[in-house]
Design a binder for this molecule. Structure first.
Ligand code: HGY
Ligand code: MN
Ligand code: MN
Length: 419
């Protein structure tokens, strides 16, 4: 089978164009879901897909599908990722998979090689949990694995509820199912993504063949004490919500370090956001809200550690004389990639003599959701210094091109194969 060559300059040109949208200090990128910058990045993608002559469909949530018809109608092979980012993030987390998929489909289209199945390059909205605490929004809606109740605690820093934002898009409880993709229309899903960790670089490998994706338990912890005068209130009379939160933050670090060594599937825990009220220098914090993210490749370990953290939160509240509320944002199960797709990527790397590593993903991805409705696999490319969610996030252009070229071949093999 003739293998179409990607257009490297065009791939890097379009990737650079996306990374200029939401560009901030120190070369950081901020494109929070449903922000103007994130909308503009999706607008650019629709333009590029139209320019490539793909059949473009945008669903009510803003998920974008650029379709190339196959020699025969039938279930399509999809490839994609996301364009939204964290706050002050990097330029490659997500866009590599979206623009890489677009370039792969464009190259196949231009080559004229016959493809037995339709191909679709995809952009899912709201993969990051950064704005509402809820991750993989667009792909969850496509996979049909969410109800409106799941959005109950999905609120942004400004108090905007995800449910209200969705209703402003015409998406309600009654029609949520209309966003579901019929699994019969999808043959497989592939996602090219930066590793966001140190493994490939440290092992001098060029490609990661992903076996499974760690899943997060994400929840809010709100300590409610009593705002009071910082000068007149004796220490023994204080109900300081932030001190309680501080004790829990230290505990989370300790319990995860303790279990990271012992538990199978590595456990990691993070408190990435804390909101303090009234939040002024001369008032004792009456309210402290923290967002907790606990992950593991094995759900037993994750559940155990999340349970210990919630138990400790209640104990700290009792000891400090404050109240505590625990609110689940989302509880996900780790997801295995499809053996047939893993084998396809694995064989590709072996035949091409590309040094590869078979490995799990510590980061979450849209592939977690797509794996619920179709055979799914991921291709990782190295992150320099393993850094991500940071303006210094960097992947060598040659590695981006290699990953995209492999994606071309993986798409063609998936289109031909019985997976
Ligand atoms: O948070 C994550 O795991 C990914 O960056 N969405
Ligand atoms: Mn990310
Ligand atoms: Mn990502």
């Amino acid at each position: 089978m003739e293998i179409p060559e990607i257009n490297k300059d065009r791939l890097l040109r379009d990737l650079n164009a996306v990374s200029r949208i939401g560009l901030g200090e120190g070369g950081s990128v901020t494109r929070l879901v449903f922000s103007v910058h994130e909308l503009r990045s999706r607008q650019l993608l629709v333009h590029l897909m139209n320019q490539a002559g793909l059949d473009v469909r945008v669903d009510a949530a803003g998920n974008i599908f650029g379709r190339l018809a196959g020699a025969r109608e039938g279930p399509a092979v999809l490839a994609g990722s996301h364009l939204d980012s964290v706050v002050q993030g990097g330029r490659y987390d997500g866009p590599v998979g979206v623009i890489g998929a677009l370039e792969a489909v464009r190259a196949i289209k231009e080559s004229g090689v016959p493809v037995p199945a339709p191909l679709e390059s995809v952009c899912f909205v709201g993969e990051e949990s950064s704005r509402f605490g809820f991750s993989t929004l667009g792909s969850s809606l496509v996979a049909g694995d969410v109800t409106m109740d799941d959005f109950a605690n999905a609120v942004d820093a400004g108090g905007n509820r995800l449910e209200d934002v969705l209703s402003s898009l015409g998406i309600y409880r009654e029609n949520l199912d209309s966003l579901k993709r019929d699994p019969e229309t999808v043959k497989a899903y592939l996602e090219l993504h930066i590793e966001q960790g140190p493994v490939l670089e440290s092992k001098k490998k060029k490609i990661g063949v992903v076996t499974a994706i760690a899943a997060p338990s994400r929840f809010r912890v709100v300590f409610r004490g009593q705002a009071d005068h910082s000068g007149t209130t004796p220490m023994e009379m204080r109900k300081d919500a932030l001190v309680a939160a501080g004790h829990l933050i230290t505990y989370i670090d300790e319990v995860c370090r303790e279990h990271a060594a012992t538990e199978k599937g590595r456990v990691v825990g993070t408190v990435g956001a804390v909101k303090v009220e009234p939040g002024v220098i001369n008032a004792i914090p009456g309210r402290a809200e923290m967002q907790v993210d606990v992950r593991s490749i094995t759900s037993g370990s994750k559940r155990k550690v999340a349970g210990l953290i919630k138990k400790r939160a209640r104990r700290i509240a009792r000891e400090r004389g404050v109240k505590v509320d625990l609110m689940t944002i989302r509880d996900e199960e780790p997801v295995a990639m499809h053996p047939g797709v893993i084998a396809l990527i694995h064989a590709l790397c072996e035949e091409r003599g590309v040094p590869f590593e078979v490995m799990p993903s510590g980061a979450g991805h849209d592939a977690m959701q797509m794996a619920k409705i179709t055979p799914t696999g991921m291709i990782f490319i190295p992150s320099v210094n393993g850094v991500s969610h940071n303006p210094t996030e960097w992947t060598d252009p040659e590695d981006i091109c290699l990953g995209t070229q492999l994606l071309v071949e993986a798409l063609l093999r998936a289109a031909h194969a019985e997976i």
